[in-house]
Design a protein around this ligand. Structure first.
Ligand code: ADP
Ligand code: MG
Length: 242
């Protein structure tokens, strides 16, 4: 579905991504593991078209991705680590979830409320949450709102950038269960970014490991856990980061 070929990106003199190449099949969940500062979020932003790459190619279903089309957001969506920063504190969450539907003219105005209620139920929130403000939700509930909002436009590909890193362990597991269920129910393709291999293992079969902007491993999660081929990956796993 998605093919990334030889992506390079510098910020000034800092080489953040160095020749990144990998592929994701439709319906696959690929993990992206790496320490803080490895370049994971930069890669996510480039795939989403939020920042330009210096060189390299991105193909979707065999065609170079055209980031100038508005509909790109109906294909690629992102879920961030902290939905609080991406939710407007003055906007009720029901309206926040409905906003992309309105912007992309996916449904007529009078049909949006019902769609938002369906999305709330899809992420296991109640209709009663519609009228709440972001500060009236727990961290886990806010992340569910972020997921509902991302799903509102019917994307086929989700980038999850450390989606559970800011949550308590029990809430992390709830969220990972939800993400797994949504992927199966909706036939989604995931790129799941994490600095913890246990999080990736929960959802993904395959993982790529990125060290200082370079891919050092690309294999089955089980294989990487038991016999990582790369010294850096070993270090991540031993340090408990994996
Ligand atoms: N807009 C930017 N301008 C300058 N440097 C940046 C910018 N965004 C990220 N960086 C730098 O690029 C490196 C990789 O960052 P990032 O992709 O956010 O890493 P990760 O998500 O793996 O923690 C870091 O050294 C970071 O400071
Ligand atoms: Mg990051």
């Amino acid at each position: 579905m998605l093919k990334i070929k030889n992506i390079n990106k510098n910020f000034g003199r800092l080489e953040v991504l160095k020749g990144i190449s990998f592929e994701i099949k439709r319906g696959e969940s690929l993990g992206l593991l790496g320490e803080s500062g490895a370049g994971k979020s930069t890669l996510a932003r480039i795939i989403l078209g939020l920042i330009p790459k210096d060189s390299g190619d991105i193909f979707l279903n065999g065609q170079p991705v055209d980031y100038s089309i508005r509909d790109i957001r109906k294909i690629f969506q992102i879920i961030f680590q902290d939905p609080y920063t991406s939710l407007n504190p003055k906007i009720k969450i029901g309206e926040a979830i409905g906003e992309p539907i309105l912007i992309h003219k996916i449904l007529p105005k009078n049909k949006i409320r019902q769609k938002v209620e369906e999305l709330l139920s899809l992420v296991r929130l109640s209709k009663e949450h519609y009228n709440r403000y972001p500060h009236e939700l727990s961290g886990g509930e806010r992340q569910r709102v972020g997921i509902a909002r991302a799903l509102s436009v019917g994307p086929s590909f989700l980038i999850l950038d450390e989606p559970v890193s800011s949550l308590d362990l029990s809430v992390q597991i709830e969220l990972l269960d939800l993400l797994k269920r949504l992927k199966d129910e909706l036939g989604l393709t995931y790129l799941l970014i994490a600095h913890d291999l246990a999080v990736i293992k929960y959802i993904c079969d395959r993982v790529i490991v990125i060290e200082k902007g370079e891919i050092v491993e690309d294999d089955k999660v089980d294989k990487v856990l038991t016999s990582p081929s790369d010294a850096y990956t070993k270090k991540l796993i031993e340090a408990g980061l994996g």
